[in-house]
Design a protein around this ligand. Sequence first.
Ligand code: ZN
Length: 243
Amino acid sequence: MNGPEIRVEFAPELRLFVPRARSTGTALTATDGVSTLGHLVESLGVPLTEVGALLVDGREAGPGHVPSGGESVRVRPVEHPQRVPGAPLRFLLDVHLGTLARRLRLLGVDTAYESTDLGDPALAALSAAEKRVMLSRDRGLLRRRELWAGAYVYSTRPDEQLQEILDRFRPALRPWTRCTACNGLLRAATKEEVAQQLKGGTQRSYDVFAQCAACGRAYWRGAHHEQLEAIVERAVSRSAQGH
Ligand SMILES: [Zn+2]
């Protein structure tokens, strides 16, 4: 290792990003007198989207601080709930997070998602253009400077992923108001308006219909509804408890 060293201690939540700090939570790294603290933390493996306060010898410092040898740095996780000022809270999900995208839409959270891979540059540009928080498990994507804002998704299980995002950002929930297929807003529809999309049994059994104003897809209280109802109920009750 070249140059004077600094000691960097990571909060437990961040240790998964830093293999060599996994057991002790601490890594030693060389400073070159030019690189910023943000750059050093990122090059140790932690996406800056996950970093909260940075303490240098006990005093809060910004990511632009240039450390000098012998300093001791503590890296805290981002605070929950996390506020993203400057635009209404809305999300953009990468191609691997389709189930999470549908669940967020089910809860009425504005969620952009394409089932084809747009590629990192296009996703980052979209996040910037539409001021959407990029959600991903891809650290390379989260490092892109063009992003409006981003967040790493820690879990691989959709149930946990949903809870994670709800706990972290506390978006306002408006269940059953968005199309889970395209993110469009739903409007009430009559049975006649959606008749061509209904199978005979559906036509007879249900009276409550909605239709996506963007793609025209029909919605009714039908198949899988109980499972979706359970997802909504869990999310709404947790949100009411202030989790
Ligand atoms: Zn739609």
